[in-house]
Design a protein. Structure first.
Lengths: 189, 539
């Protein structure tokens, strides 16, 4: 009697283990599928988070090098793409209003003059940390014209909630007309 | 058999007292930044409150719960009095001293740096020293758990280690190792600046070191809840644990995979290359596996309880569950919140989707749903289950307990769902003020969250009242405490599942492979040493 009971118990134990293994296999497959989707979108659409590690001295930003005051804002590159350079500092962005053309490849290069900041552009998936000592570089393209808000999204001190900028996406032709007049564009001008 | 009731009650009461205060701060913050209140003239008050809320909820409250519960598990599952009682009290006192040292300068506005520190902003050194003391106090517990387990194993050679203690020690070792990241940041980067020995800091390196702690700490918070899923709930609802082996595998996997994944918090950062971001993203996907295994084992255990109670049919057994039992209710609520929170987590960890929600209110919603919801509701359940054994008095007012759990569940849903939504609309986290002009969707959502927060405050007060009133109830004969029994109880276990050596080794090895290179490279980036910005300094 005891033997048959233990045999039965072994059967159910084996059944329980089999069910468990089946579930574990299913779950691992689902996670593998998700990772597969990530790899596919990453390679196929080149959708990846920023990848470059580039340093810069925050205490000389304004006086020399790429991020001098006169070099901030939107610039047209030789290949027709746009490079936008921005500095974040307690508690503002320079420039405060950024103008870019729609349907044009855009590269953002952003850094901080003091503490850690962040930026996102509402209604888009543009989202980056802005850190002193490092340059954040990321590429995007705006499909439509329109105005967006650009808040600082990382706590940077007591005035953090007041740190906002604006992004104005204008028609490609309108932008070319503006660019013909000035080398570096901002909508503050 | 519990011989150190006072020690455990001291941990739990301090945990729940500071929790109550931090809940009030949280609701105040939500009110202040909602459209119900105008612009706060001194926004620093808000950031002080956020710093205190985060420090208490992130470091003090869950650590004390894990410690108090851990001491109880140690005595109850091993059946031996705690070894190192004096050390345990010393650790407790360190946590009190550390908490006071940290919170006083925060209240004075000298340390509005949030619990994530954010160098190169640097505040008063006492805050950081206080946090270090809290961590060191908890490390006393980590060591004691290891010592107690080893003493038991020597006395019971080749006997299976009880599952609750296996899981408890896994939690302790996880915390011991994950706290190292923030400890390195505090001791080698922040404190030298705060104490005036140097005035520059590599903020990118700090963020990487903090991420070492930041993700696995969530799994440390989660461990007591999971221990309750496996070892309390099935017994409390009259069922059996489906599988002891799978439980051990899940806890071992948590130990291994919750560590080497923290860089998924840094997808939008410029100081880590995309290769390591990708590696951490993949490992984050793997840490979902032990949770999914847990869902199966616990649902199966619950079904066993229902069938033992006469439940029939494919889904009909759900009706046979003891829904009036607080443990059943807490488990169900916890799983619902874990489901939504976990789905959100899969979005956060994915390499591409993260950029839509990074640092928005979505993230605030996500971790409140997981930690404040799925995990904290199980802390309540643990307290309700253990309290009679700590006070020697039966738990009365089951109706009140059910009301409390319902309120917490509804409150958490009403608070966090609108948060997720405004996050997608692009509302950033951590803002003392938001201009709602022309943004009615945001305004309505944030008001809903504030109302949800009010429900949470009511529920927290109710929880404290229920526990407090139990102390003055009439003494009763309390049946000895038991943990859930597995259907097939282990008689002997493979070495790997009867100890944590292998898993701790893997945890450390994976941490080094996934963090070693990024950290070494950042240490070498001397150009990235930037001047510190002191809180309150004139500029």
């Amino acid at each position: 009697m005891a033997e048959t009971f233990s045999a039965k118990s072994n059967d159910t134990a084996a059944l329980a283990a089999r069910l468990e293994k089946r579930w574990a296999f299913m779950m691992v497959s689902i996670m593998a599928l998700l990772v597969g989707v990530m790899i596919f979108t990453g390679l196929h659409w080149a959708m990846m988070p920023p990848s470059r590690v580039e340093t810069i001295n925050p205490s000389t930003l304004h006086v020399s090098g790429e991020f001098v005051e006169s070099n901030l804002g939107s610039a047209v590159e030789a290949d027709g793409s746009i490079t936008v350079r921005i500095i974040g500092q307690q508690y503002s962005f320079t420039p405060q209003c950024i103008v870019v053309p729609a349907k044009t490849p855009i590269t953002f290069r952003v850094t901080s003059a003091d503490v850690i900041h962040g930026m996102l552009i509402t209604g888009t998936n543009i989202n980056s940390m802005v850190e002193p000592g490092y340059i954040s570089t990321f590429k995007t393209e705006f499909e439509q014209t329109g105005d967006h808000l650009m808040p600082c999204h990382e706590y940077c001190g007591v005035g953090h909630e007041a740190m906002w900028a604006n992004v104005r996406v204008v028609d490609k032709d309108a932008f070319s007309k503006m660019a013909a007049k000035a080398g570096r564009l901002t909508c503050d001008l | 058999m519990i011989s150190n009731r006072r020690l455990m009650l001291a941990h739990f009461w301090l945990a729940f007292a500071v929790f109550g205060l931090a809940v009030l701060l949280g609701e105040w913050q939500m009110f202040i930044r909602s459209p119900l209140h105008g612009w706060l003239h001194n926004p620093d008050l808000y950031y002080r409150s956020v710093t205190a809320h985060g420090t208490v909820m992130g470091y003090v409250f869950p650590t004390l719960v894990a410690m108090g519960f851990g001491y109880a598990i140690c005595e109850l599952s091993l059946g031996q009095p705690l070894i190192g009682r004096r050390w345990a009290w010393a650790g407790y006192i360190m946590i009190i001293v550390g908490s006071v040292a940290a919170v006083v300068p925060v209240a004075m506005g000298l340390d509005s740096v949030l619990y994530t520190f954010y160098p190169p902003m640097i505040g008063n050194a006492f805050y950081y020293i206080g946090v270090v003391l809290v961590v060191v106090g908890s490390w006393v517990w980590v060591v004691l758990m290891g010592i107690n387990l080893n003493a038991w194993k020597r006395a019971h050679p080749s006997a299976p280690v009880p599952l609750p203690m296996f899981a408890n020690v896994a939690a302790a070792y996880l915390w011991g190792w994950t706290a190292v990241g923030a400890a390195l940041e505090l001791l080698f980067q922040i404190l030298p600046v705060a104490l005036g020995f140097t005035n520059t800091i590599n903020a990118g390196l700090s963020r990487v070191l903090f991420s070492w702690t930041l993700h696995a700490i969530v799994y440390f918070w989660l461990m007591p809840a999971y221990i309750a899923f496996y070892t309390i709930v099935p017994r409390a609802i009259g069922g059996r644990l489906y599988s002891d082996t799978m439980a051990r595998i899940s806890f071992a996997l948590f130990l291994v995979f919750s560590m080497p994944i923290g860089i998924h918090h840094l997808f939008a950062d410029p100081q880590v290359g995309s290769g390591f971001k990708f590696v951490h993203s993949v490992f984050t996907a793997m840490v979902a596996v032990p949770t999914l295994l847990t869902v199966f084992t616990i649902c199966a255990s619950v079904e066993i309880a229902a069938r033992l109670r006469g439940g029939k049919g494919v889904f009909g057994w759900l009706k046979a569950l003891p829904w009036d039992n607080p443990q059943m209710l807490a488990l169900a609520f916890s799983f619902v919140m874990l489901g939504f929170g976990g789905a959100g987590g899969l979005i956060n960890m994915s390499y591409q989707l993260d950029s839509t929600v990074h640092n928005t209110q979505w993230v605030t919603g996500h971790f409140h749903l997981i930690f404040g919801g799925a995990i904290v509701i199980m802390y309540f359940a643990i307290a309700y289950d253990l309290w009679p054994h700590l006070t020697g008095r039966a738990m009365q007012h089951l109706g009140l307990i059910r009301t409390q759990l319902w309120l917490w569940f509804i409150g958490m849903i009403v608070t966090t769902f609108p948060w997720h939504y405004v996050g997608i609309l692009g509302m950033p986290r951590r803002m003392a003020y938001f201009d709602y002009t022309g943004m009615s969707a945001e305004a309505v959502s944030v008001i809903m969250s504030t109302v949800g927060g009010a429900l949470l405050v009511v529920s927290a007060i109710l929880f404290l009242v229920i526990l407090y009133r139990n102390h003055s109830g009439s003494r009763a004969e309390i049946a000895p405490f038991t943990f859930s029994r597995a259907i097939h109880e282990p008689t002997s276990l493979p070495l790997a599942l009867n100890g944590l050596g292998l898993w701790v080794g893997l945890m450390m090895a994976l941490t080094i492979t996934n963090y070693g290179y990024p950290i070494a490279r950042l240490i070498g980036l001397h150009d990235a040493q930037v001047p510190a910005v002191f809180i309150g300094a004139k500029r």
